[in-house]
Structures are given as structure tokens and as C-alpha cells.
Ligand binder design. Structure first.
Ligand SMILES: [Zn+2]
Length: 125
């Protein structure tokens, strides 16, 4: 979902709603009462569709904003959380190793090259 789509839908829905309301208010050649003419039905359908599009647009904007906020929060969280698992994962074979190990038990690669291992001596699990 793109926030631009939300803005476009909100704009379209808003102008459609505005147009149909203005038409109903200013067009006195129609009764706007049952039985409806084709024109009146069309305007009313436009009005309802515009309302749906407007609500959908607003929802997309809200969802995009909320999603973006969540994503920012997730990025922040994973930014802090990422350092810990990376510190205890072998850079060569991906094996989970204790951060205080200097050598990977599986592939014997030196873990001291991994700065995460060096700066994080404590096991945070
Ligand atoms: Zn390894």
C-alpha cells in the first residue's frame, strides 16, 4: 500500500462527494425524491462510491502512517537486537556460537575478527 494512492483516493472521493452534494443542493430541476430519474440515480451512486473511495483513501493513509511508524520502531528494535545475535553467530558458517568463544566449533574459523564478539563479552541470552 502506497500512501500516495491513499492521497489520490481521498482526493478523488472528496471531490466526487463534493460534486454530488453540490449537484444535489443546486440542481433544483430534480426532485431528489422517489421515483428517481437516471440522472438522480447516477449522482447518488457517484455520491456513495465517492464516500467509499474517500473512506478507503483515508484508511490507506492511516494504515501507511501506522505501518511506517511500526516499521521505524521495528528498525530501531532490530538495530539494537541485531547486534546481539550477530555477535554470537559465526561469520563463516552461520553457526550460533557463544560470544566468548574465540573459534567456531564447527568450521574452526577465528571469531575474534567479528567485532561483535569482541565488544560483547557477555552472553545476553
Ligand atoms: Zn563457523
Amino acid at each position: 500500500m502506497n500512501i500516495v494512492v491513499g492521497y489520490i483516493l481521498t482526493f478523488l472521493g472528496g471531490s466526487g462527494l463534493f460534486y454530488s452534494f453540490v449537484t444535489i443542493k443546486t440542481d433544483h430541476s430534480h426532485t431528489w425524491r422517489s421515483p428517481f430519474t437516471t440522472f438522480e440515480t447516477t449522482i447518488m451512486v457517484v455520491c456513495i462510491l465517492s464516500l467509499i473511495v474517500l473512506v478507503a483513501g483515508i484508511m490507506i493513509i492511516i494504515f501507511s502512517v501506522v505501518k511506517k511508524k511500526n516499521q521505524d520502531m521495528l528498525n530501531k528494535l532490530s538495530g539494537t537486537v541485531d547486534n546481539v545475535p550477530k555477535a554470537s553467530v559465526c561469520p563463516n558458517c552461520g553457526l550460533n556460537v557463544s560470544p566468548n568463544l574465540k573459534q567456531c566449533p564447527r568450521c574452526n574459523c577465528m571469531l575474534s575478527n567479528n567485532r561483535g564478539v569482541i565488544n560483547n563479552g557477555k552472553n545476553n541470552y
